[in-house]
Design a protein around this ligand. Structure first.
Ligand SMILES: O=C(O)CCC(=O)C(=O)O
Ligand SMILES: [Fe+2]
Length: 309
């Protein structure tokens, strides 16, 4: 796997993050290539997802928030133009099957198999990425902290469909409002439509243009808190400016729900104060859920609002 720089936007662990210039650590986004996921697998998942999103609303909502499956997020929850299916690990097959059973008339083994293959690939990649990211914080960090703090991580994916309104004439609208991710790291595949943007520290929106055969990785709130804010969980959003559907796959690699997140002294530094109070992972997830419902037009809450000192 290679981690690449693009213009000055990206930090690159393999280029060795220079501690004298912490800028590279502060973007919170980078690209990876040579990740081992075939174009063919993306094509298949894209086609299967299209079948899914093309189903009538009455069918999709059978897996909606008030169903027992609760894998489908319909329009008007995150945004009027966004809908999504969730597939959770570690048993991606069983999770995909929960949706397949309520959505398809017949068994659809290909759907379950392809999403399982993708979930497993992303889980492996996430482990490598976490090790690389730890290496950015200190040479001995992967060895010291991967086992105790990161070996119980688990992942889930969201298959996202953005459908802009037909009236979109040269305008730009938010397909997904500004937010930070509730993950340690997130791996995003975006199709060639583009629209993903990251907010700089100065508040400027920067485009993350689609780049063939690369995936976008971003640091999430859990890693931000664990690293005592040394690794930035950047605000990002998706803007739609063309009248075409946009497809993306976001994979979130997270701590166990019960984990107490507290930055180690080696990260904070002797005699220095932590940026965050220690908190249990699931309490933060609960806080975000209760604060974000229906607030897609508002600035999202982050871990700073929840546990900032
Ligand atoms: O669709 C994308 O490109 C990004 C999605 C995203 O930020 C998310 O699901 O958290
Ligand atoms: Fe996100």
């Amino acid at each position: 796997m290679a981690v690449m720089g693009q213009d000055s936007l990206w930090f690159c662990p393999e280029m060795k993050v220079s501690r004298s210039n912490s800028n590279e650590l502060e973007w919170g986004f980078f690209l990876i290539s040579n990740h081992g996921v075939s174009t063919d697998l993306y094509r298949k998942i894209y086609a299967l997802s299209n079948d899914l999103f093309s189903l009538p609303y009455e069918t999709k909502i059978k897996a909606g928030p008030s169903s027992s499956a609760r894998t489908y997020t319909p329009h008007f929850i995150a945004s009027p133009f966004f809908e999504s299916f969730r597939v959770s690990g570690p048993d991606f097959f069983a999770s995909a099957q929960v949706s397949a059973e309520v959505l398809f008339d017949q068994p659809n083994p290909e759907f379950n198999e392809k999403l399982t293959e993708y979930g497993k690939k992303m889980s492996e990649l996430s482990k490598i990425i976490v090790e690389l990211v730890l290496l950015c914080l200190g040479e001995d960090f992967p060895e010291k902290f991967y086992g105790p703090d990161f070996s119980d991580c688990h992942g889930y994916m969201r298959i996202n469909n953005y459908s802009p309104p037909e009236s979109l004439e040269g305008e730009e609208i938010e397909g997904l409002g500004m937010h930070t991710d509730m993950s340690c790291v997130t791996i995003v595949y975006q199709d060639e439509t583009g629209g993903l943007q990251v907010r700089s520290k100065e508040g400027l929106w920067m485009d993350i243009n689609p780049c063939p055969d690369t995936l976008v990785v971003n640091i999430g709130d859990l890693m931000h808190a664990w690293s005592n804010a040394k690794l930035r969980s950047s605000e990002h959003r998706v803007v739609l400016s063309r009248n075409v559907n946009r497809f993306s796959l976001a994979f979130f690699w997270c701590f166990d729900d019960e984990k107490l997140i507290s930055a180690p002294i080696e990260v904070v530094g002797e005699g220095k104060g932590s940026v965050f109070k220690p908190f249990v992972c699931k309490e933060y997830l609960k806080f975000r859920e209760s604060n974000e419902k229906g607030k897609f037009d508002k600035v999202g809450f982050t871990v700073r609002d929840f546990a900032g000192n």
